[in-house]
Design a protein around this ligand. Structure first.
Ligand code: NAP
Length: 555
């Protein structure tokens, strides 16, 4: 924090030359690597971060149980041999405090804080066509000018608490998991309610069940989930991982999900039922996303294959939950395994065998209101001391919608994307020149191991900015045709996967966000896998950034 640069407030309007070559918005995993690249190349660049420190998702999500679902050593940055050599991941799936320490370590090692300003919430971006410059207005009124803006806003950075009548009248503590307080929350003996059973809810519920007095889980729809199999990484194991880093990242680069997990390519229907079950038994005991990503690809495209595997997982749940009625409530009936992002769990299902835990099925008995004392459903009052909203995020485009972004002719991005995002490669938008999104909507990052996607996105964006600088270009913009083609391509890929039918953030569903309810599918992510995506963007760069128009600054 001491390295943080203090910049004087400057009135931008009078300045003909922008103050910065590049302003990066967001100091999370993407923003940290982006500023490293830009600083190394001598760009006049700054990172603006709304929070009071760096870390993004790993700074905010402090709820108990928050940890990677990616193997730690495939999640970390690959760009620095020094960092790879020096950092010891202590757990196979590292927890939030350690993940934040890691990002702090990387930023500290390269002095990146001196390029960052915290408590800087960007409220408006306005493109000035006359001098191809963006003017940013921060909360508080300060203005900055920059030639380029790189947005590193995060895919899941706008939490969405539920809209329940009476929510403001609750007398105890209530917070969204994203805003879990920094100071310890005493849980011993407390009556706690958790609303939401996505990846976040499943982590927090499993972690706190044996630490609270009573736990009431308010479940609207259950999620398919399977064991994470976390464990410590010893010094010896870490040495072995370090020796394998090149191989690990090479594997991530060639697998669709950018993990070490490769799909089973034998073909679901080419092997016997016994062989399928043998594979599933093995995968159920393997760490991480193996159960999802080492499986047969047909499971994600073919209803019949999906139903057979879903039934296999349903039986695993039945074996783990003692009360058959509760077990049935925990088994999704409206979607098959893996068509939504699979939450990974540690003893989650066993939680429901505890005397102090109760599953409240709010699809049967909906929540009517929050009272000063707790939660009232259609049939019962639940007295609570703490309510935790694990109710998800205004995903992918939410962070863009929260900034008043005005491109050519004052058109707002919010309006342009009203019915869903339209992008070129998930990185550029026609009508919004000089704005580049790292891991934006319709990029591959969201649907793959996120930091692997971030690194390729940042490298591509950096190459684009270098190219513009080398050619003396002050303005770059995706053509309308290139944007339309990419958006159509992304849409077409949804038609191949069962995910298109899911009510999840991958299709833009969120009942707490207006206009994002059922029947409003948004084509949010690129589903073609990491290698295809990286090949495509690399090819486009090698052909002089096809689909992008460049121009020198106007006289
Ligand atoms: P989510 O997957 O969107 O789940 C939200 C949950 O809240 C769902 O169970 C939803 O029920 C419920 N809900 C929402 N609004 C509700 C309301 N008004 N009343 C009752 N229930 C409501 O959100 P999430 O669990 O935060 O996960 C989001 C994503 O974050 C994950 O998919 C994952 O990509 C990421 N994540 C990653 C990790 C990790 O890497 N380890 C951990 C946590 C999260 P319905 O299903 O009925 O809508």
């Amino acid at each position: 924090m001491t390295e943080q640069l203090t910049l004087e407030t400057t009135q931008a309007a009078a300045q003909p030359t922008p103050q910065y070559d590049v302003v990066v918005i967001g100091a999370g995993v993407a923003g940290i690597y982006q500023i490293k690249r830009l600083a190394d190349l001598g760009f006049r660049a700054v990172v603006l971060e709304a929070a009071d420190d760096l870390g993004g998702t790993w700074y905010m999500n402090r709820y108990p149980g928050a940890r990677f679902d990616s193997e730690s050593y495939t999640y970390g940055y690959s760009f620095s041999k020094e960092v790879l050599d020096e950092w010891h991941w202590k757990e196979r799936f590292s927890g939030q405090p350690e993940n934040l320490r890691y990002l702090d370590f990387v930023a500290g090692k390269y002095g990146l804080r001196r390029h960052m300003r915290f408590n800087c919430r960007v409220e408006q971006l306005r493109f000035d066509e006359a001098d191809a410059t963006w003017t940013l207005t921060l909360a508080g009124g300060e203005q900055l000018t920059t030639r380029f803006v790189v947005s590193a806003l995060g895919l899941l950075s706008i939490p969405t608490p539920p809209k329940i009548p009476g929510i403001e009248r609750f007398g105890g503590q209530a917070f969204h998991t994203f805003h879990w307080p920094k100071e310890p929350v005493p849980l011993a003996g407390k009556r706690v309610g958790v609303i939401g059973t996505g990846a976040t809810g499943i982590q927090v519920i499993a972690e706190i069940a044996d630490k609270v007095g009573e736990l009431k889980v308010f479940q609207r729809r259950p999620n398919w989930s399977a064991p994470l199999h976390n464990g410590p990484i010893s010094e010896d194991e870490m040495a072995e991982i370090r020796a394998r880093y090149d191989e690990i990242f090479a594997t991530c680069a060639r697998t669709p999900g950018a993990f070490e997990h490769e799909p089973d390519r034998r073909g679901f229907y080419n092997v016997s039922r016994e062989e399928r079950v043998r594979l599933w038994d093995e995968l159920y005991d393997r760490p991480g996303f193996a159960i999802w990503l080492r499986n047969f690809a047909e499971i994600f495209m073919d209803e019949e294959a999906n139903a057979e595997f879903s039934e296999y997982i349903a039986n695993r749940i039945r074996q783990r939950v003692h009360d058959p009625e509760v077990a049935e409530k925990l088994i999704p009936k409206d979607h098959g395994f893996g068509v939504q992002r699979v939450p990974m769990e540690t003893n989650y299902f066993e939680v429901y065998n505890r005397d102090n835990v109760e599953l409240v099925d709010i699809s049967e008995t909906p929540i009517q209101e929050i009272t000063p004392d707790g939660i009232r459903t259609t049939t019962r009052d639940f007295d609570l001391d703490i309510i935790v909203f694990a109710t998800g995020f205004d995903a992918i485009t939410g962070a863009y919608d929260r900034i008043d972004i005005r491109g050519v002719a004052g058109v707002t991005l919010r309006d342009r994307w009203r019915d869903g995002p339209k992008t070129y490669l998930g990185m550029l938008v026609h009508g919004f020149p000089n704005l580049v999104m790292v891991a934006g909507p319709q990029s591959a990052s969201a649907s793959t191991n996120y930091p692997r996607g971030i690194e390729s996105g940042v490298d591509w964006v950096t190459g684009l900015l270098e190219y513009a600088r080398a050619h003396g270009y002050a303005r770059l913009e995706a053509t309308l045709a290139a944007e339309a083609d990419w958006t159509e391509h992304v849409k077409q890929m949804y038609s191949r996967v069962l995910m298109r039918k899911a009510k999840s953030w991958f299709t833009g569903y969120n009942s707490n966000v207006e206009g994002h309810g059922e029947g409003t599918t948004r084509y949010f992510v690129y589903n073609g896998g990491a290698p295809k995506y990286v090949n495509t963007i690399t090819d486009i760069a090698s052909r002089g950034y096809e689909g992008i128009e460049f121009a020198a600054e106007r006289a």
